[in-house]
Design a protein around this ligand. Structure first.
Ligand code: DQA
Length: 159
């Protein structure tokens, strides 16, 4: 069975209790459950992970890239957390493995502080989902699934 990686960066383990006015009250376990439901509908397995460590995320992106290259995964959904704003290493891991990836941010980073408005991940992402709360995760899985197997310039319609 084909899988989809859902990778979460620093502080996302705190979801539910962390700034609920910004990130909502759903926990990361709630997000995982929703991801499994929507992936199940699409016939995909989910590899759902979270780490506060940049190097761990790089290792996981490389693993996801290898799985995608082998045809065992459609790619990855990544909420890079704050590393999206700082990490050339995440950018290079995605680019270097040609990993099909959708970047997710729960909050609308573009109407927050200026330092959240640049992402090192966005230029190497196939798509970006920003500001839909945790509902962005299932949207990203559907989007990635819709893109799977299509040329980058021809996303077509989501099924
Ligand atoms: C976030 C936005 C980032 O700016 C922040 O550092 C996070 C969460 C989001 O999901 O909205 O940790 O990625």
């Amino acid at each position: 069975m084909t899988s989809v990686f859902v990778l979460n960066g620093p502080n996302l383990n705190l979801l539910g209790g962390r700034e609920p006015d910004v990130y909502g009250t759903a926990t990361l376990a709630d997000v995982e459950r929703t991801c499994r439901e929507v992936a199940g509908e699409l016939g995909l397995m989910v590899d759902f992970r979270q780490s506060n460590s940049e190097g761990q995320l790089v290792d996981w992106l490389q693993e996801a890239g290898a799985e995608a290259a082998a045809g065992r995964a459609i790619g990855a959904v990544l909420n890079p957390g704050a590393y999206g704003h700082t990490s050339i290493a995440l950018h290079d891991a995605i680019e270097g493995t040609r990993l099909p990836l959708v970047e997710v941010h729960i909050s609308n980073v573009h109407r927050r502080e200026a330092f959240r408005q640049h992402s090192y991940v966005s230029p190497v992402a196939a798509g970006i989902v920003v500001g839909f709360g945790v509902a962005g995760y299932p949207l990203a899985i559907r989007g990635l699934h819709g893109l799977a197997g299509r040329p980058a310039a021809d996303p077509g319609l989501f099924r």
